[in-house]
Design a protein around this ligand. Structure first.
Ligand code: AMP
Length: 209
């Protein structure tokens, strides 16, 4: 699941994993958990995540390789937030080829930049279950409507850091989109409208696989 910050990757990846019954492998979530738990990876990750900068490729590639090696990922997975650089994409291609598999599809959510900025400024996340809420549609009032947990604003959703994350996306991650376009697996999906609109577009694209 690809797309710039605020495009709806996390929300739509969660919906898709529920439908497919496969794990949601979200590197951003994994890194934030590692930071909160104070693991060695977390200690390294904190300063990158807070500043909206990408971690070194080898760290993230190792994390994903370990996660995809777990038993629950044997029948498939939805990747969210990985790969974000061309070396990460090449490492993933090699990782999957070694396991005799490949990506079925790459979804790229497309949303205009001014809407992304608006969405991120109002975004809140549940500390307990990770569900994402939007102040734009008035659903961001604590507690979490799903589990009752506390909602918070991500440190990297501040205006300056959002701008940096968008630049990083254009410079580092847009070439990954082109990589998948060349491989013929890219599916460009309009990411505007309601959550349900986008879910339906993805569902019909994934069904056509
Ligand atoms: P996300 O939740 O996907 O927006 O990711 C939050 C932050 O985690 C990013 O701004 C990066 O600092 C870090 N991160 C997540 N995924 C990656 C990745 N594939 N490569 C490098 N850094 C990552």
């Amino acid at each position: 699941m690809m797309g710039p910050p605020g495009a709806g990757k996390g929300t739509q990846a969660r919906l898709l994993t529920q439908r497919l019954g496969v794990p949601h492998v979200a590197t951003g979530d994994m890194l934030r958990e590692a930071v909160a738990a104070g693991t060695p990876v977390g200690e390294e990750a904190g300063r990158y995540v807070d500043q909206g900068l990408l971690l070194p490729d080898d760290v993230v590639i190792r994390l994903v390789a370990e996660r995809l090696g777990a038993a629950d990922a044997a029948k498939g997975f939805v990747l969210d937030g990985f790969p974000r650089t061309v070396p990460q994409a090449e490492a993933l291609d090699a990782m999957l080829a070694r396991g005799g598999t490949r990506l079925d599809g790459v979804i790229q959510l497309q949303v205009p930049r001014d809407e992304l900025v608006r969405r991120l400024a109002g975004r809140r996340v549940c500390r307990a279950c990770g569900t994402l809420f939007s102040a734009v549609d008035g659903a961001a009032a604590s507690p979490c409507a799903r589990c009752g947990g506390e909602l918070y604003q991500r440190a990297d959703d501040s205006e300056e850091t959002v701008r940096r994350r968008m630049d990083v996306y254009e410079q580092e991650t847009q070439p990954v989109v082109e990589h998948y376009r060349r491989l013929g697996v890219l599916r460009e999906i309009t990411g505007t409208g309601t959550e349900e609109d986008v879910r339906r577009r993805i569902a019909s694209s994934v069904k056509a696989a």
